[in-house]
Structures are given as C-alpha cells and as structure tokens.
Design a protein around this ligand. Structure first.
Ligand code: CA
Length: 233
C-alpha cells in the first residue's frame, strides 16, 4: 500500500483545525495538528512532513517566524499559508519568504484541497496571474484590470471573479460559486450570488462594449472570452 501524504496543520482555532484535519483525512492524508508555533517547530524537528499548512496568526509567535525556521531546515516541504489577513504585504511577504501558496480565510475546503494537490504535484505552482481576454487578475497583489484600467473589487467579488477566470467559458452554477467562494459553513442562499454578479457586472462590464459575464439560463453564469477580447489578448 502506498504510504499516505504526511501533513502538519498549524492552526490555533480548533474549529478550523478539526475541519481541516477531517477533510484531509477523508482525502487520504495523514494529519497531525499543532495549535501553536512552538509545538509546530518541535514536531517539524522530529519528523519529515510532505506538506505543512500554516496559519499566520498563532498565539505564541508570528506564523512567518515558523515559516522562516522551516525554510532554514535541510529538507523543507511545501508550505501553504492560511490566514485571515487579506493584507497584500502579508501575502507578498509570505511568498517571498518561501511559502508555496497562500489561501485567505474564509475558504472553501474544495479550493484548499485543489491547491494542496497542485502543490504536491509540483513543478507548477498555482498561477499567480490570470488572464482572460482583456481581463487580468493578479492573485497575489489582488489587483484586477480590464484593458489596462484598474478595477477595484470587494473581497467576495474578487473571489468570484478569480473562480470564473480559472474556469473561462465553463458554466458555473450558483451552488458551485457559493461552495467555492463562501465560508465552509455557508448553508446556501444562492440568490446572494446574483447580487454579487450584479456588482461585478457593474464594475467589469458596464463601461465596455463586450460583456464578459454571461447568464446561462437555468444554471448560473459563465465568463466569456468574446471574439474581440480573444483577438486583443
Ligand atoms: Ca489563528
């Protein structure tokens, strides 16, 4: 039997730690938990992990300190930072210090798992910059432009657009969008998706002749690459 992926989850919020641990275990991974930075360092010192999921806001030290110590070791596994800080500086700093990916709370477990799998497959990190037609999205600096114009988005709008840009031309149901973008405990008022799509359209599409966000009747929405947008991009 293949040995399972050995994961260390460093997270002081017990609810999230348990949630992650259950999810990863049901995906076939072995999971150990550390609730603070020092226990994480002790565990890392005594074992080789294949993957570390690291919260930045720990009770005894900054998660970035833990990251620094991990990176100073001879064998250094991929690290996925998990943080409530949406702050651009923290994201950039975390990645500069050698984190392999960064996910902001609240997150959907499917998203985390997809990114964890991508990290483990490695070579390829999750792309940091997405482009669909004339629309670009910088995942790290959380900056969106269309035809070079900077577009300011609220965090949820950004997450929805990022999800759509990772799946261009693919119809996404309201449920898929909710599961992907909202808190893991979100229990499903899918109409809220319509509200957010309306906001997104006013920012992404209203000022431009080509409308990129299309309604797919009976399903949800898709992000289209118009002929012109494709040619321009
Ligand atoms: Ca925390």
């Amino acid at each position: 039997m293949e040995t399972s992926i050995r994961t260390l989850v460093v997270e002081d919020e017990k609810r999230i730690a348990d949630f992650l641990s259950r999810g990863l275990e049901s995906a076939g991974y072995t999971v150990e938990l550390a609730y603070d930075g020092q226990s994480a360092l002790d565990l890392i010192h005594g074992a080789d992990y294949d993957l570390i999921i690291l919260d930045l806001g720990l009770p005894d030290m900054d998660g970035l300190k833990v990251l620094e110590r991990i990176r100073n070791r001879k064998t250094s596994p991929p690290v996925m930072i998990l943080s409530a800080r949406g702050n651009v500086d923290d994201r950039v700093k975390g990645l500069e210090m050698g984190a392999d990916d960064y996910i902001t709370k609240p997150f959907a477990f499917v998203e985390l798992l997809a990114r964890v799998k991508a990290l483990l497959r490695r070579g390829q990190p999750v792309p940091e910059r997405l482009q669909v037609g004339e629309l670009t999205l910088d995942c790290i600096r959380r900056k969106v432009t269309r035809s070079g114009d900077v577009i300011e988005l609220a965090p949820k709008e950004f997450s929805i657009l990022e999800y759509m840009m990772r799946n261009p031309g693919r119809p996404l149901s309201r449920t898929m969008i909710v599961e992907h973008v909202w808190d893991m405990d979100y229990d499903g008022l899918t109409n809220i998706v319509d509200v957010y799509i309306r906001h997104l359209r006013s920012k992404i599409d209203d000022r431009y002749p080509d409308k990129m966000i299309q309604t797919v009747r009976g399903i949800g929405y898709l992000l289209e690459m118009s002929e012109r947008a494709v040619a321009a991009g």
